[in-house]
Design a protein around this ligand. Structure first.
Ligand code: GAL
Length: 415
């Protein structure tokens, strides 16, 4: 949406390369596995951050009052108690800088400090958004040359989370300073993300640091070295099955880069947005949980139908996402239009997810599950996390799965 055409093309090109990557888990990153101390000695995002972000539903229409309403809804719907604690203001809150370079908010956000106090009083945390460029993606003031000042401002307001979106830095700095050198452009990009991390650390408040640069230059390889707690792995998500399934496929091969404190981010949730069917909403939510992805709801909370709330608060699915081991799912195998993913969980447990990307599978031509391809031996007992019922899995068992639906199973003692 805010990406220029050439940028989208570049992202598309990257996606093709990513999709073509080998399925086998790649070698672990060279950086140490110890969690990076983000700031003030605090370890943040030891499990994937959960909360709500304004962009996917409100985009540029968001106001401070909407943020208060979202906070109220997180509490009254029980979402906060299910783990959704970050209330994240995305783009379009920014005003102008004064003569001293201090950034002010625009009229939609008259008092961010008061907003932070309100959000904190509800047992929630407040997130904010900026760009390393002179302008954000929506054309508001970015942080270029004001990183320290902005980080100090966020800390003084009581901000707990920063999403830092590349946007105009690409044209204004990367292209301007290194017009012909792609690698030099990428080094400039990495330096900009490191600079804001240093600014956050100097400001001394624990702040979750979320990189948004669409997955360029294999960000999963260098994100932790610039203090990133999470990094977007792709271009923008949209509330369509095509977008969600394409992003899902681009995550295969990235599992070894996720670990406590550092997460792959396949973008914010679209659950409850657009015209996604219930099956599609369920599959989207289940797979983001399997991927140890940040679970940032992006729907219209005050007008949320009960069936969408039920999906977002499925405690069993959330427990997969938040599993303390932090081991992301890998795609075990695909057969026709059906993909089978597996994830190791703490205590020797395991989750499997069977996604039907095609049309309905009936018993005339069911999907036959191979336990052997999952490394399992003989019949297994588990829980179907959407029906809530016990399920017995046997090798080659025939399964009916509706179009774009999922069978999500947790096995406490897989054999
Ligand atoms: C995009 C970003 C979106 C949203 C938007 C705001 O670049 O991917 O998630 O933040 O900018 O302008």
């Amino acid at each position: 949406m805010c990406l220029s055409v050439p940028l989208s093309v570049a992202v598309f090109g990257l996606c093709i390369m990513v999709a073509a990557r080998a399925e086998n888990p790649v070698a672990p990153p060279t950086s140490p596995l110890a969690p990076i101390q983000n700031s003030a000695g605090a370890q943040v995002a030891q499990t994937p951050p959960m909360g709500w972000n304004s962009w996917n539903f409100f985009a540029g229409r968001i106001t401070g009052q909407d943020i208060r309403n979202a906070a109220d809804q997180l509490v009254s719907t029980g979402m906060r108690d299910a783990g959704y604690v970050y209330v994240n203001v995305d783009d379009t809150w920014e005003g102008d800088r004064d003569a001293n370079g201090v950034l002010h908010t625009n009229a939609k956000f008259p008092d961010v400090k008061g907003l932070a106090r309100y959000v904190h009083s509800k047992g929630l945390k407040l997130g904010i958004y900026s760009s390393p460029g002179p302008k954000t993606c929506a054309g508001y003031a970015g942080s270029l040359d004001h990183e320290r000042q902005d980080a100090e401002l966020y800390a003084s307001w009581g901000i707990d989370y920063l999403k830092y979106d590349l946007c105009s830095y690409r044209e204004s700095v990367m292209h301007a300073q290194a017009p012909d050198g792609k690698a030099a452009q990428m080094r400039l990009m990495i330096a900009a993300y490191a600079k804001m991390h240093d600014a956050i650390q100097a400001a001394g408040r624990p702040i979750v640091y979320s990189l948004c640069q669409y997955g360029w230059d294999a960000v999963w390889e260098w994100g932790p070295s610039v203090g990133a707690n999470l990094w977007r792995t792709t271009g923008d998500i949209e509330p369509t099955w095509q977008s969600i399934y394409s992003i899902l496929n681009q995550q295969a091969g990235l599992a070894s880069y996720a670990r406590p404190g550092h997460w792959n981010d396949p973008d914010m949730l679209e659950v409850g947005n657009g015209r996604l069917t219930l099956a599609e909403n369920r599959t989207h939510f289940s797979m983001w949980a399997m991927l140890a992805a940040p679970l940032l709801a992006g729907n219209d909370l005050p007008n949320m139908p009960p069936e969408i709330l039920a999906i977002l608060t499925n405690r069993d699915a959330i427990a997969i996402d938040q599993d303390p081991l932090g081991l992301e799912a890998t795609r075990a195998y695909s057969e026709g239009e059906v993909d089978v993913w597996k994830r190791k969980l703490s205590g020797g447990a395991m989750a499997i997810a069977i996604v039907n990307a095609g049309s309905d599978r009936y018993l005339s031509h069911p999907f036959h599950l191979s336990l052997a391809k999952l490394g399992l031996h003989g019949p297994q007992k588990g829980k179907d996390l959407w029906s809530g019922k016990e399920i017995a899995l046997t090798d080659d068992m025939p399964l009916e799965i509706a179009s774009h639906d999922i069978l999500l199973v947790r096995m406490a003692t897989p054999k």
